[in-house]
Design a protein around this ligand. Structure first.
Ligand code: SF4
Length: 338
């Protein structure tokens, strides 16, 4: 059984802190011998036309298989990659040019936590060094690194400040990485698979910490994951990504309990569930497509047992399913299809 969602922060508002519209990223493929003699330029269509909104005091999960483009979305929002097209806005103001005061302010307010805490921390430096340096970079030289550790529940701080990353457990390392992100006093935390490299036994503790930070600091959190069960447990809203496109969205309870898109239903059927007695509802076959030559129309159509003729040629738009924001991009929900 997929666990029920945790309640949103009591102070949660509908205020949109960060939003993106038409976010698109195509990576050029390195030219091989064949391309040297032709003018063809191949690209990986990693992310296409993604819209999203992150709200104060809310967690939005972006769920999909590996290679679906969800981590690229996080990196685009963190400004680690230039985008091919689309707009990113912080409090409604577009962020465009790299460099300059406004860009630096954006990078402070929007912090990324990586999947692998071991590689994101320098093994040659202590916890104190990592946190002091981050405070210094963000103009908070008078703040105490120990206070950051207390925020991520590593107490007493003196026990951890002089340790090197290899002396910490995976969960403690990830807490230090989160503490370093908090040094910037961010409004948005982009958490890219923050628990997927941790032992199962400590994943829940890190998710509960992020929930606690959402509540106490009113953070807008984007939780990137391949695990739809943890997304339902942790997130208020959910976006489901397949092959570079978002195919369904809504509050996480509705998306997991009344999934509309055949791919979302496939993800739910694939999630481990010892209590499941019913047979899977979806019988999709095959593998996700190549993003160098993604299928025309709906990218799921080669695997979809419900595919219609239109699915092979036309990209499905977003169809609203409820007045509370549940939607899907699937031709089955076109009003005239019934
Ligand atoms: Fe299947 Fe068509 Fe819906 Fe895509 S749009 S999921 S191919 S029915």
């Amino acid at each position: 059984m997929i666990e029920a969602a945790m309640p949103a922060a009591s102070g949660a508002t509908e205020e949109v802190v960060l939003d993106a519209a038409g976010l698109t990223k195509h990576f050029p493929v390195r030219r091989g011998v064949r391309e040297l003699f032709t003018r063809t330029r191949r690209e990986v269509h990693a992310v296409d036309d993604v819209d999203l909104e992150l709200r104060r005091g809310r967690v939005t999960a972006m769920v999909g298989e590996s290679g679906s483009g969800k981590s690229t979305v996080a990196r685009l929002l963190a400004q680690l990659h230039p985008r091919t097209s689309g707009v990113i806005r912080l409090h409604g103001r577009p962020v465009s040019v790299k460099g300059g005061r406004r860009f630096r302010a954006y990078c402070r307010r929007v912090q990324l936590v990586f999947q692998d805490p071991f590689s994101s921390l320098n093994p040659a430096h202590t916890v104190r060094y990592h946190l002091t340096r981050a405070l210094h970079i963000h103009g908070r030289a008078d703040a105490k690194p120990g206070d950051l550790l207390a925020q991520v529940q590593l107490t007493p701080p003196e026990r951890y400040l002089e340790k090197f990353p290899h002396e910490l457990s995976g969960g403690q390392r990830q807490r230090v990485a989160i503490a370093r992100a908090l040094a910037a006093r961010p409004e948005v935390l982009l958490a890219d698979e923050p628990v997927s490299m941790l032992d199962v036994s400590i994943r829940l503790g890190v998710l509960n910490l992020l929930r606690d930070l959402r509540n106490r600091l009113d953070l807008a959190i984007l939780y990137i994951t391949h695990d739809i069960a943890s997304a339902r447990y942790f997130a208020d809203e959910m976006l489901v990504m397949y092959a570079g496109r978002v195919v369904e969205g809504g509050d996480s309870e509705t998306v997991t309990q009344r999934a509309a898109h055949p791919y979302t239903r496939l993800l739910i059927d694939s999630a481990p569930d010892p209590d499941r007695v019913a047979a899977p509802t979806e019988e999709a076959t095959g593998e996700p497509p190549s993003l160098i030559h993604p299928p025309a129309g709906c990218r799921f159509h080669p695997r979809c047992p419900h595919a219609l003729a239109v699915c092979e040629t036309e990209v499905p738009p977003r169809f609203e399913l409820t007045e509370t924001g549940h939607w899907t991009a699937c031709w089955l929900y076109r009003p005239e299809t019934g």
